[in-house]
Design a binder for this molecule. Structure first.
Ligand SMILES: Cc1cc2nc3c(=O)[nH]c(=O)nc-3n(C[C@H](O)[C@H](O)[C@H](O)COP(=O)(O)O)c2cc1C
Length: 408
């Protein structure tokens, strides 16, 4: 944000209160000139008697389609694919604060942005105000992002038992210190992703949202399931609707089970500011186009193979085209294929649209490739990877990482 502000001419005020000129505020006028660096901008604010640089506190993404942060699968090459199909907002995979602070290169790699990602944020996970604030401070100087998100929806034991992820929903004092601390040091808006609660029948979000709003959070995304629930039941959109009111005027994005434009339309009727899409994008990244064009797209298997080919090209560009880069691209392609195989082509459906929680029966595709792409077997995913990246090395094995690609 400082970039845009830094280009403001001095005579226009430049800072948060651009309506109040230096003369009116009783400070010496500064000769009109353009501010070209962040430092000059800060000097200017200091001269105006403002201690803290003006920061962007609002994130205006109402009505936009938000591709969810997706550990392992939401890598930069995949996000490029989704951008091409119409995703508006993208976010890096969850990065662990302590790993970033320790300087782990693989963690820093998660914060990389592609130039096509015009509205891009990074997501952080942590449990303590000091480490999270320190991390936010570090990021503020090192990465070019439009927002920073805190993952307070992460259900995994490793994170939860340390007090991070979902556990923060029950640690209000620490949660508040984290939000206020990070907000203090960030020049970009801070957003938060939460769940309905921790236990299945104990909803917490509606009580938490007014607090988050008062602590200065710019936007919240609510995944309509509890930690306990994982993916076993449908997301509770009625509850999300209740929460819209509790969050107001802070924008609330809704998240859960969107796999068609009809799902997205229904979700928008709850009054949410926008929708976030996770597994829907993994099953069919062209879902963003379907929502924008309000149609079902009966995409052919060869078109789908073209999408995969583009992914592998982006992967080789990102991870390198040497042996290591090829195998890394293959591993990430295989992770994605473990979700993609759940897509049922529109032309084969007895009833439209496909639902995310319904296990498709075994079916034969309209051609060999369509049948192969529907296979739930890792060996068949490996065959698809071989069409694009050549033969796998000897003794190659693959296990999908995420339980979310199972039905129960
Ligand atoms: C493979 C995978 C990875 C995920 N990684 C993250 C993550 O890094 N951060 C996060 O907040 N949520 C993560 N989630 C949760 C999703 O963002 C989303 O909240 C959840 O899947 C519900 O949305 P859906 O019904 O559209 O899939 C992940 C989900 C999946 C399937």
């Amino acid at each position: 944000m400082a970039e845009g502000a830094a280009e403001a001419p001095l005579e226009n005020g430049g800072g948060c209160d651009s309506g109040t000129g230096a003369l009116e505020r009783g400070v010496a006028p500064i000769k009109p000139q353009y501010l070209t660096t962040k430092e000059q901008f800060h000097e200017f604010l200091e001269a105006k008697g403002q201690e803290k640089p003006c920061r962007e506190t609002e994130l205006d993404i109402r009505g936009k389609l938000y591709l969810a942060p997706l550990t392992t699968c939401g890598n930069l090459p995949f996000r490029r694919i989704c951008k091409r199909f119409g995703a508006d907002v993208t976010c890096g995979e969850m990065a662990v604060c302590t790993n970033l602070l320790q300087g782990q290169m693989s963690e820093w790699a998660l914060l990389k942005r592609h130039q096509c990602e015009d509205v891009f944020g990074v997501q952080l996970e942590g449990a303590f105000p000091d480490t999270m604030t320190k991390c936010a401070e570090l990021l503020n100087h090192t990465v070019e992002v439009d927002f920073v998100d805190i993952n307070v929806g992460c259900p995994i034991d490793l994170v939860y038992k340390k007090g991070g992820g979902c556990a923060l929903m029950n640690r209000l004092a620490k949660f508040q210190q984290i939000v206020r601390g990070m907000n203090q040091v960030l020049d970009v808006p801070l957003t938060v992703k939460i769940r309905t609660g921790v236990q299945e029948r104990v909803n917490l979000a509606h009580r938490l949202l007014p607090e988050l709003r008062d602590w200065g959070v710019a936007l919240v995304t609510l995944h309509g399931r509890s930690r306990e629930q994982r993916y076993t039941k449908l997301a509770d959109w009625e509850y999300i609707e209740q929460c819209v009111k509790a969050a107001s005027p802070m924008p609330l994005f809704g998240n859960g089970d969107i796999l068609s434009f009809e799902d997205a339309n229904r979700a928008m009727q709850t009054g949410v500011a926008g929708v976030m899409i996770a597994r829907g994008a993994l099953l069919k990244p062209w879902l963003f186009t379907e929502i924008k064009e309000q149609r079902h797209w009966d995409i052919s298997s060869s078109e789908r193979l073209d999408v995969l080919r583009d992914f592998t090209n982006y992967g080789l560009e990102h991870w390198g085209s040497d042996t290591q880069g090829v195998e890394k691209t293959r591993r990430f392609l295989l992770q994605w294929l473990s979700f993609l195989c759940r897509y049922v082509p529109v032309g084969l459906l007895e009833r439209l649209p496909q639902r995310i929680n319904e296990r498709p029966p075994y079916y034969l595709g309209r051609d060999y490739l369509e049948t192969l792409m529907a296979s739930q077997k890792a060996d068949d995913w490996i065959r698809i990877s071989e069409m694009l990246l050549g033969p796998v090395p000897p003794n190659f094995t693959f296990l999908p990482k995420h339980k979310a690609n199972a039905y129960k």
